[in-house]
Design a protein. Structure first.
Lengths: 113, 111
């Protein structure tokens, strides 16, 4: 079974630029999550999708972050414009509807200069 | 709200020594508890999961964790550390369909 795929693995941008991350969850997993992991901290939820609908985006800084999952499969997270404090690893995870176990992708490490 | 607290941001052990990583959950008994491991430059990998079926849970790579209601704890142990165990370990509890993570414990294994 293929795992959660994410790309790119690494991205370096300057502040005020835009960036987008892509995630393809495990096949059949209806729930998809985006987490932000700042160095030295545990992951923090940004947004949760159930199929193509948003379940929870209360922690998403909506003035600069956006995310979509148009067809209920893969998802894109965008930051526009980026700030220095956005430097982090962005993790995507997916879950089957009947399970509490989340499966994580390798993450995208973003550095904002 | 359910949460977990990991005691000790860094733990250092010698190869072959006992590994003990501490996690305490908030007062109400959670239905599930998780330990995840994160190797450098990688995502999180599930180590083990508590589901209330058994208080002692065995995971991958020789790790196990014991759920103790009286101590509100779910500490992770391994009898003999290996160099390949060096990583960041996260305790986590599900909450309303999402996962709340502790701050993590970085395990260093000395030769």
């Amino acid at each position: 079974e293929a795992g959660v795929a994410q790309s790119p693995r690494y991205k370096i941008i300057e502040k005020r630029q835009s960036v987008a991350f892509w995630c393809n969850p495990i096949s059949g997993h209806a729930t998809l999550y985006w987490y932000q992991q700042i160095l030295g901290q545990g992951p923090k939820l940004l947004i949760q999708f159930q199929n193509n609908g948003v379940v929870d985006d209360s922690q998403l800084p909506k003035d600069r972050f956006s995310a979509e999952r148009l067809k209920g499969v893969d998802s894109t997270l965008k930051i526009q414009p980026a700030k220095l404090e956005d430097s982090a690893v962005y993790l995507c995870a997916s879950r089957m509807g009947t399970s509490d176990t989340q499966y994580f992708g390798p993450g995208t490490r973003l550095t904002v200069l | 709200a359910q949460s977990v607290t990991q005691l000790g941001s860094h733990v250092s052990v010698s190869e072959g020594a006992l590994v003990l990583l501490r996690c305490n959950y908030s007062s109400s008994v959670p239905p599930y508890l998780f330990w995840y491991v994160q190797y450098p430059n990688q995502g999180l990998q599930l180590l083990l999961k508590y589901t209330s079926a058994a208080t002692l849970v065995k995971g991958i790579n020789g790790f196990e964790a014991e759920f103790k209601k009286s101590e509100t704890s779910f500490h992770l142990t391994k009898p003999s550390a290996h160099m390949s165990d060096a990583a960041e370990y996260f305790c986590a509890v599900p909450r309303w369909g999402d996962m709340r993570f502790g701050a993590g414990t970085r395990l260093t294994v000395k030769p």
